[in-house]
Ligand binder design. Structure first.
Ligand code: HEC
Ligand code: HEC
Length: 427
């Protein structure tokens, strides 16, 4: 169970310490014991957990984040649970810092490092602590391996693979991705490349995802349906968002509707973000700045003609209402780091070439036109889960905005950049 896990945030530990101190040394009464156990295994809704921009929190429609649920219980044999890689304290993704901490606390034997599943290569040496450290350079960047074969029917050939780890072949590509958060799920597109999308029904896609993950492909038979459905209903009911901004105060005060509770009630609709409408004339300059950032996000960027909300169209969430996927240049070969593979794709009809560090949607559909397209992720709770993009290319929210300027042609003044960043940090 998760109370025994190492992933305990500073806030939760603080509560535990207070609870432990409050317990008289001689009092072993069952009530006390139960109370203490509850404190260890439940995160109350809206419990603030620190990040670089303030404090974020989760909200579950059942009233608490229950760490005893099936979602936080290993279903198979390798010790991994959904919460191993989708942790509430890391915005339901997992940060490189947390993975590194888990390594340091266990010498690289925590289930996250198990069975060469996500090590640098499928046969990396995991025999000693030093070997395990050298074999987990991608995991310690918060990135997990994907091993994907292109479909038999496709309109391109893979003409070259250049893989620093020497694992990829044209028949089977090996690359690494960040865990998408399992909170604020609204769009029916599931996974960065849409691999587990089922029709247009989010729940069906999430069921496919849960069956194939730690409960299935990685460790034998999937868990029984009642457990799978329980996990899926649990994750769909979770929201996560920034709750308190440094120098800003509560993001759900004075008419604003930030924070995870309002996010939980937010339906999937194509409309502008309106969380901070009430702060247009706030007396606090930081609150006015967040409102200005919101408007920069909502409206056309005149120099480029582009709009953030054009793709991040789901109101106050940021996924795409139609489940559409886009290429924002994040897998371009010129941005490849030395530890990223580069693949070359050639269109059969006319010989056109595209290179990529991760083909995204196109590796699933077999369509040249889909190469490098990715799911439009939710933008809530961003501050808790750096780095950003499928491959962690942007270490900070500032770097995300700069990437949009460099790649999609958005043009912002330094003031506008700061305003947009302030807004994104308040999501
Ligand atoms: C070993 C780490 C790991 C574990 C354990 C894990 N996941 Fe994931 N999860 C990931 C990664 C990495 C991705 C993104 C992969 C991709 O898109 O190719 C992901 C993506 C997802 C998504 C897609 C979200 C979206 O916005 O499309 C869902 C849903 C999900 N996981 C649910 C689960 C559930 C439920 C469990 C437990 C049964 C689980 N995960 C266990 C690493 C993990
Ligand atoms: C053409 C569609 C499109 C436009 C326009 C767009 N985005 Fe995105 N956004 C995406 C896609 C697709 C991704 C995922 C890309 C990836 O990971 O490779 C993404 C990812 C992000 C992320 C990272 C989220 C995460 O969880 O890693 C942030 C933050 C973001 N966008 C903010 C913005 C802002 C701010 C703007 C306007 C300046 C903007 N986007 C404009 C499609 C778009």
């Amino acid at each position: 169970m998760r109370s025994k896990d190492l992933l305990v945030s500073s806030s939760i530990s603080a509560i535990a310490v207070i609870a432990a101190c409050a317990q008289p040394a001689v009092d072993q009464s069952t009530d006390r014991q139960e109370l203490l156990e509850d404190i260890f295994v439940q995160i109350p809704n809206n419990l603030p957990i620190r990040n670089a921009s303030g404090l974020a929190a989760s909200f579950h429609s059942a009233g608490v984040i229950d760490l005893r649920s099936n979602y936080f219980t290993p279903q198979g044999t390798n010790g991994r649970e959904c919460g191993t890689c989708h942790a509430p304290e890391d915005g339901w993704s997992i940060t490189p810092q947390t993975v590194t901490l888990m390594f340091l606390l266990t010498g690289g034997t925590h289930p996250i490092f198990v069975n060469n599943l996500d090590t640098d290569t499928p046969t990396s040496d995991m025999s000693t602590v030093a070997a395990r450290w050298h074999s987990t350079t991608m995991l310690r960047q918060g990135k997990f391996s994907r091993h994907v074969s292109p479909p038999a029917v496709r309109d391109y050939q893979i003409t070259d693979v250049s893989d620093p780890f020497g694992v990829s072949t044209p028949a089977s590509l090996w690359f690494f991705r960040r865990p998408l958060p399992t909170a604020n799920l609204r769009s029916f597109t599931v996974m960065w490349d849409g691999a587990n999308t089922v029709g247009t029904v989010l729940r069906d896609g999430a069921i496919k995802q849960a069956r194939g993950n730690v409960t299935g492909a990685q460790q034998g038979t999937p868990a029984p349906d009642d457990i799978i459905f329980d996990i899926v209903d649990y994750e769909i009911a979770v929201s996560h968002a920034q709750l308190i901004g440094t120098g800003v105060g509560r993001l759900d005060s004075d008419g604003a509707r930030g924070g995870p509770e309002a996010a939980n009630a937010q339906p999937l609709v194509d409309a502008r973000f309106d969380l901070y409408d009430a702060w247009e004339h706030s007396g606090n300059p930081r609150r006015r700045q967040i409102w200005r950032g919101q408007e920069l996000f909502n409206n056309v960027n005149p120099p480029s003609g582009h709009t953030c909300r054009g793709c991040h169209s789901a109101a106050n969430n940021g996924q795409n209402v139609s489940g559409a996927m886009f290429d924002v240049g994040t897998s371009r070969p010129e941005l490849a780091r030395p530890d990223m593979a580069v693949f070359t794709f050639q269109r059969t009809s006319d010989g056109a070439i595209v290179q990529s560090t991760d083909p995204g949607r196109g590796i699933r559909t077999g369509k040249f036109a889909d190469l490098n397209r990715f799911k439009v992720p939710s933008l809530r709770g961003l501050a808790a889960r750096a780095p950003y993009f499928h491959n962690g290319l942007a270490p900070t929210i500032e770097a995300v905005v700069q990437r949009y300027e460099a790649t999609l042609g958005f043009v912002f003044t330094p003031q506008e950049e700061a305003d947009l960043v302030a807004f994104l940090k308040a999501l």
